[in-house]
Ligand binder design. Structure first.
Ligand code: SAM
Length: 482
């Protein structure tokens, strides 16, 4: 029998089934243990000192107790604490991105995904470099600066050379004042050598959703194809880090397995990365299974109600305070609004989940991966965020300046990241407003920028930010360091 060991490189040791079951039982037994819950909440609270704000985070066991707690007043406290932590490390900034689907050819048999090999009626598409160019221009014309590229797993149709060439194409396009400044990559688990190639191609985060941490369910949900191999998939982030990629993004597809299992699993994965590589995940995504061509989400009987979904987000935020959290357009405006308060720091906008979708006038469905609930334009999402007091940020400076992996984490942990993130977010928002926003959004945005500039603590930084913003407003000078 495998033994729980976060430092082991074997999936069954660091995502240990027995430890997850014991965690769920421990959480159940202590869900009304007010004394213990108080201790856990106290441990998780942000602490301020001369150097800045720090948070200890929680272990998977401690966080699981919070998740299981059924005492309404304490649950309200959990929500408030999540919001406090989010504000302490991310302020009111929300990073914007869009997915770009390159190819939906796939040889896997994932039962929840319409790209599975046996689906003969979905249109199979793979973008040529010229089509990628058109898609990227359409995305730049909306104002996007950060993309997550997506592809099915198919070594013949989508080999690593195709992915690398596509990344090169994306970075090379400078259309009007636009540029894609960070390309994150969500492709199937691969070898150290191929991760090294991705790193050399200048990718930002390597994202790979675990789908489920439960090995038995995993094997049933991925009955055929290379993705069937649980250990190979679960150990992918270690190979990615060995290949030099220091920002990795985790996620589970909620709805497939019991959420308590996934919750403990994802936190154990984060603990493992921290224990072995000295740096936790850069991001955690929280997708839920959606309706799609030949996929009915109701056949998966572990769907979670919105309220529990939001609590999961809050508990992740408290457990891993320095990790970015991503919510996609799978979720509705309402759910996204609540999730933002609970700890989400990155959202997608105006997403199309079909291959070649951005160059079509109408949202195409023929090659779509799943239904999109939030169908608003980027301009609408940006205005909506600002109306709620958030700063939509198109900043990619950390990546450009090499503040990734443990360098990013150590800055984040000492609260330093906030000294540069706030002005950078305002400058990139200003670029967006100037180049792409509607008049109504511009007005809301410029008022917001003016108010937010005054909050920059260092006088010299404030002065520089004001000068740059004036420059952006009055010229086509765009600073590609952001
Ligand atoms: N082929 C890569 C892999 O295996 O990881 C890329 C993944 S795919 C393009 C991106 C993610 O979409 C998957 O990891 C999965 O979690 C999610 N996904 C698949 N089908 C979905 C559905 N019906 N609803 C919501 N999300 C889905």
């Amino acid at each position: 029998m495998a033994v729980y060991n976060p430092k082991s490189l074997k999936a069954e040791d660091f995502i240990n089934h027995e430890e997850i079951l014991a965690t769920i039982q421990y959480a159940e037994e202590n869900k009304n243990n007010v004394e213990l819950i108080r201790q856990i909440l106290d441990k998780a609270k942000p602490v301020k000192d001369a150097k800045g704000t720090t948070c200890k985070g929680l272990t998977h066991r401690e966080a699981s107790v919070l998740l299981a707690c059924e005492i309404p007043e304490i649950n309200e406290e959990i929500s408030r604490l999540a919001e406090e932590i989010k504000l302490a490390f991310y302020g009111n900034r929300i990073v914007m991105f869009a997915p770009l689907y390159l190819s939906n050819y796939c040889i896997n048999g994932c039962v929840y995904c319409p790209y599975h090999r046996k689906n003969k009626h979905i249109a199979r598409k793979k973008l040529t470099q010229d089509e990628i160019r058109q898609e990227v221009i359409a995305l730049q014309d909306m104002g996007h600066k950060r993309l997550a590229i997506e592809a099915g797993e198919d070594p013949k149709n989508n080999p690593i050379e195709y992915i690398l060439e596509s990344i090169k194409t994306i970075y090379s396009i400078k259309h009007k004042n636009g540029a894609i400044r960070r390309v994150n990559v969500n492709i199937a688990a691969t070898t150290v050598e191929e991760y090294r190639m991705l790193k050399e191609a200048g990718i930002g985060t390597y994202i790979l959703f675990q789908e489920t941490y439960n090995k038995e369910s995993y094997e049933q949900l991925h009955p055929t194809g290379p993705k069937h191999d649980y250990a190979y998939h679960t150990e992918a982030m270690d190979r990615a880090m060995e290949g030099g990629i220091d920002d990795v993004g985790l996620g589970v597809l909620f709805g497939l397995e019991m959420y308590k299992y996934e919750f403990a699993g994802i936190l154990m994965h984060a603990e493992h990365l921290e224990a072995v590589h000295g740096v936790g995940p850069h991001t955690i995504s929280v997708p839920r299974v959606k309706r799609a061509d030949d996929i009915d989400p109701d056949v998966f009987d572990n769907g979670i109600p919105d309220e529990m979904f939001e609590k999961i987000i809050a508990c992740i935020r408290i457990a891993v305070p320095y990790t970015g959290m991503i919510i996609s357009t799978r979720e509705s405006e309402e759910v996204r609004k609540n999730a933002l308060k609970k700890g989400i720091s990155q959202i997608s906008g105006a997403s199309r989940t079909s291959v070649g979708g951005y160059t079509e006038e109408e949202r195409p469905h023929d090659s779509e991966q799943f239904d999109v609930s939030d169908q608003r334009t980027l301009d609408e999402v940006v205005k909506w965020l600002m109306d709620m007091g958030y700063i939509p940020s198109f900043c990619t400076a950390c990546y450009r300046e090499g503040r990734t992996g443990d360098r990013f984490m150590s800055l984040c942990k000492t609260g330093q990241i906030q000294n540069c993130c706030h002005p950078n977010a305002l400058m990139t928002l200003c670029e967006y407003l100037q180049d792409y926003a509607s008049d109504e959004t511009k007005k809301v945005g410029y008022d917001l920028i003016e108010r937010e500039l005054e909050k920059i603590p260092r006088e010299r930084t404030k002065e520089i930010a004001k000068e740059r913003i004036e420059l952006i407003k009055t010229s086509d000078s765009r600073d590609f360091r952001f």
